[in-house]
Design a protein around this ligand. Structure first.
Ligand code: UDP
Length: 390
């Protein structure tokens, strides 16, 4: 165990102390009483923050903040989570190698440029963190089939590098961007968390591997994790300042919007012979800010000293490709020229979450529907075009 591990152990002891011994009124850290415990005295603010969060939950409830290292915070979902964390009063450090992220998406935050495969870079920043949110992964299913090496290198080896650096630094709270891809082709929808995890592509395998690594590190080293199994992340922040930006773009909603705007070719509809009501694939599109709020709830849960968990993060309502196109036409007032083409390999017909577990465990549920998703994604695209035109 390195020095940091000892420091962390003391911190977690102090958390337990705060939870179980010092929770009488006025005994929070802010009152000064907690500092009177030998283990906690003289520690800098960031390492006290997790116990402050716990104190807040169990004592006066006034303040709750932790220092969160947002790995991949200059990317699409990470940048929305970073803003949500900041609005909730947490301190955010973004760590990103900018391979698929953008510096402007991290504007207003401390940005540490580094790679999860670089243990030295992680070791420099981790001691300042109380918890980690891990968004940094490649996420194209199709590419993972043609180039699994890239996926296993970054998502698996990079993930392990991060976990081991976190272990060395004693940072044992982690919220992981998992995926409904861990389920593969589920026999039953809406999908519940306890069905077998049988991914059908290397991307899903990489996500399942990391989930299982977290489970092992929990058992062996006392890591506490949240595996958030995203369904289809979509939409953008209402501000229009941040949103989805992939190169190349392969996702349905931005492609349909580009086509509506006359910026892209005819939209290809991958398969119209699926066993679904209109023959096109059905997905559960979850607004990115709802995803971000699920991360906040997960953080609160772990900061309160509660157990690790895995939950679906979806709306519980599916929309077919055809329904998405209709929503895009309604939001933009423009037609989406399209053509039916054969199925895309690896696409299950229907992926829809049963979100009941997240509702029960985290008191979280999606507040936005497909229309909000499409409207905010369109607003983001329009803003980008205006900025580019200036
Ligand atoms: N899709 C489509 N045309 C496109 C892109 C996607 O018909 O140009 C379909 C795709 O087959 C899937 C759904 O839209 O059924 C959502 O695909 P997306 O790539 O957005 O997300 P995924 O479900 O693969 O994560």
């Amino acid at each position: 165990m390195c020095m940091h591990s000892h420091a962390r152990q003391k911190l977690f002891d102090s958390v337990l102390c705060t939870m179980f011994l010092c929770s009488s009124p006025g005994s929070g850290i802010n009152s000064g009483n907690h500092d009177s415990h030998g283990n906690c005295c003289g520690r800098r603010r960031s390492t006290l923050a997790l116990s402050q969060a716990v104190a807040a939950k169990h004592a006066d409830g006034k303040e709750k903040f932790v220092v969160v290292l947002v790995i991949g915070g200059a990317g699409y979902i990470g940048s929305h989570a970073a803003r949500a964390l900041k609005s909730a009063g947490h301190e955010v450090i973004i760590f990103d190698n900018l391979s698929t992220g953008y510096e402007f998406l991290a504007a207003g935050f401390e940005l540490v440029k580094g790679d999860v495969l670089d243990p030295a870079a992680l070791a420099r920043v981790l001691p300042r963190a109380d918890a980690i949110m891990h968004f940094a992964a490649y996420a194209y299913v199709g590419e993972s089939v043609t180039n699994p090496k890239k996926y296993f290198h970054n998502n698996v080896e990079g993930g392990l590098s991060l976990l081991n650096a976190a272990l060395d630094a004693g940072v044992k709270r982690i919220i992981f961007s998992s995926s409904c891809a861990v389920y593969g082709e589920p026999a039953k929808v809406p999908i519940e968390e306890n069905i077998p995890r049988q991914p059908v592509n290397p991307y899903g395998v990489s996500k399942l591997f990391f989930e299982q690594a977290l489970e092992a590190y929990d058992r062996a080293y006392g890591f506490r994790f949240a595996s958030l199994r995203y369904f289809n992340a979509a939409g953008a922040d209402d501000s229009g300042e941040i949103g989805e930006l992939h190169e190349p773009e392969t996702h349905l909603i931005p492609l349909a919007l580009r086509t509506a705007a006359g910026l892209g070719p005819e939209l290809q509809v991958f398969g119209s012979d699926y066993p679904t009501p209109d023959g096109t694939c059905v997905r559960d599109y979850i607004h990115v800010n709802d995803l971000a709020s699920a991360h906040l709830k997960a953080l609160d849960h772990l900061a309160a000293g509660r157990d690790s968990f895995a939950v679906n993060v979806g709306t519980g309502t599916g929309a077919s490709v055809q329904e998405v196109i209709t929503a895009v036409e309604e939001a933009t007032g423009k037609r989406v020229p399209r053509k039916m083409v054969p199925r895309r390999p690896g696409d299950p017909p229907i992926l829809v979450a049963n979100p009941a577990k997240a509702q029960g465990l985290l008191q979280w549920k999606a507040t936005r529907g497909l229309r909000d998703v499409v409207r905010t994604a369109w607003n983001w695209m329009e803003r980008r075009r205006e900025t580019a035109a200036r």
